[in-house]
Write a protein that binds this ligand. Structure first.
Ligand SMILES: Cc1cc2nc3c(=O)[nH]c(=O)nc-3n(C[C@H](O)[C@H](O)[C@H](O)COP(=O)(O)OP(=O)(O)OC[C@H]3O[C@@H](n4cnc5c(N)ncnc54)[C@H](O)[C@@H]3O)c2cc1C
Length: 304
C-alpha cells in the first residue's frame, strides 16, 4: 500500500485532476489547513491557542520556471510578515525544489538566502524540508552555506531522515556546526543501497540519531507520531537530565491531535507543521502512504 500511494503521489495527471476538483479540496481538508495564506494564519492562531507552536508550509515542489519560484518565495515573505504582525508563535518550512532548485540553482540559493535573511531580521527561522534522495546532498550543502552567511546562525535548519544509511554522519556534522535539525523517519521511496527498508531498522536508527541530537546542546526537533519513538525520547531526556526547553516534538496538522496536546500539557515543546495551498496532492498521498487507513477515514468524512 505504501508503494501504491507513493506512486500515486508522483502521478502528474491524477494530481492535475485532483487539485482542480472541489471534492479533492474537501478530501484534503483534514490534513491541509486551506488554500490561502489567510487560511493558514487562522489555523496557526487556533493551534497557538492550544499552547502549541507552528511551522507553516506553503505546499508545492518541483517548480518548472523562475516565475513560479519567485511567486512561492513572495508568499513565504508575506507569511513571515504576517506571523510577526499578528504575533503568532510560528516559523516557516520550505522545500528547495519549490524555490526553483530544479530550474536554476543560483536563483534557488539567492531567493532562499533572502528569505532566511528576512526571517533573521524579524527574529524568526526557516526550516528547509528534506525531499527525495536525489536532493539530499544538495539540500544539506545549501543549509550549511545559508547558515554560514552573516547573521543567519540559528536562523535556518535542516531535516534528517532516519531511513537513510548516511544520516548518522550527517547528524554529527550538522551538530558540530550548531545547525538545528528536524529528525523524521522519511517519506519517500528509497532503494535498499541507501536506505533501511525494515521498520525496525528505521526505528533503531531514529533512536540512535535522537540520542546524538539531544546530547549535542543544539535545539532540535523530534518529528514523529510514533509513540515508541516519543517514549524513547522522553525516557532518554529524563535519564540524561535534558531540559524539556532544549528540544521540541513536532507533528503534522490533523495527525494525533490528542497526543500533541497531551505532550504540551506535560510541559514538552510541541510544534505542529501546518501545510496550506492548492498544491496539496503529493503531500496528501504521502500521508496516505504512511497510514492507508486514512483513505477510509477521509472518504467517510466526505459522505458525512
Ligand atoms: C513535523 C514533521 C515534518 C516532516 N518533514 C519531513 C521532511 O522534511 N521530509 C520527509 O521525508 N518527511 C518528513 N516528515 C514525514 C516523516 O518522514 C514520516 O513520513 C511521517 O512522520 C510518519 O512517520 P512517523 O514517525 O510518524 O512513524 P510511522 O512509523 O510512520 O507511524 C507510527 C504511528 O504514527 C501514526 N501515524 C503516522 N503517520 C500517520 C498518518 N499519516 N496519519 C495518521 N497517523 C499516522 C500511526 O499511529 C502510526 O502507527 C515530517 C513529519 C513531521 C511530523
Amino acid at each position: 500500500m505504501r508503494a501504491f500511494f507513493i506512486s500515486l503521489s508522483e502521478s502528474k495527471s491524477l494530481r492535475g485532476i485532483a487539485e482542480r476538483s472541489s471534492i479533492g479540496r474537501r478530501l484534503s481538508s483534514r490534513f491541509v489547513a486551506g488554500m490561502s495564506v489567510e487560511n493558514a494564519l487562522e489555523a496557526t492562531a487556533r493551534v497557538n491557542d492550544l499552547g502549541l507552536s507552528v511551522s507553516v508550509d506553503n505546499l508545492g515542489e518541483n517548480v518548472t520556471n523562475p516565475q513560479e519560484a519567485r511567486h512561492s518565495a513572495q508568499l513565504y515573505s508575506e507569511m513571515l510578515d504576517q506571523i510577526a504582525a499578528r504575533k503568532l508563535n510560528a516559523n516557516v518550512s520550505l522545500k528547495l525544489t519549490h524555490m526553483g532548485l530544479d530550474v536554476d540553482e543560483a536563483l534557488a540559493y539567492s531567493i532562499t538566502r533572502d528569505l532566511v535573511q528576512h526571517a533573521a531580521g524579524i527574529n524568526n527561522f526557516v526550516r528547509v524540508d528534506m525531499e527525495g534522495s536525489p536532493y539530499t546532498q544538495k539540500t544539506l550543502d545549501f543549509v550549511r552555506k545559508l547558515h554560514g552567511e552573516p547573521g543567519n546562525q540559528g536562523r535556518v535548519g535542516a531535516v534528517i531522515q532516519s531511513y537513510l544509511r548516511r544520516s548518522e554522519t550527517d547528524v554529527k556534522e550538522l551538530c558540530a556546526e550548531g545547525i538545528r535539525i528536524r529528525l523524521c523517519k522519511g517519506a519517500y521511496k528509497e532503494p535498499a543501497e541507501i536506505a533501511f527498508q525494515e521498520k525496525a531498522e528505521v526505528d533503531a536508527s531514529y533512536v540512535r540519531l535522537m540520542q546524538i541530537m539531544l546530547k549535542s546542546g543544539v535545539y532540535h526537533g523530534i518529528a514523529t507520531h510514533d509513540e515508541k519513538m516519543i517514549e524513547a525520547t522522553l525516557e532518554f531526556a529524563k535519564r540524561e537530565n535534558i531540559s524539556p526547553k532544549s528540544f521540541e516534538f513536532q507533528m503534522l496538522y490533523g495527525i494525533r491531535r490528542d497526543l500533541q496536546q497531551k505532550l504540551a500539557k506535560e510541559g514538552w515543546g510541541m510544534r505542529v507543521y501546518i501545510p496550506f495551498g492548492d498544491e496539496w496532492y503529493p503531500y496528501l498521498m504521502r500521508r496516505l502512504a504512511e497510514r492507508p487507513a486514512n483513505a477510509i477515514f477521509i472518504l467517510k468524512n466526505l459522505f458525512r
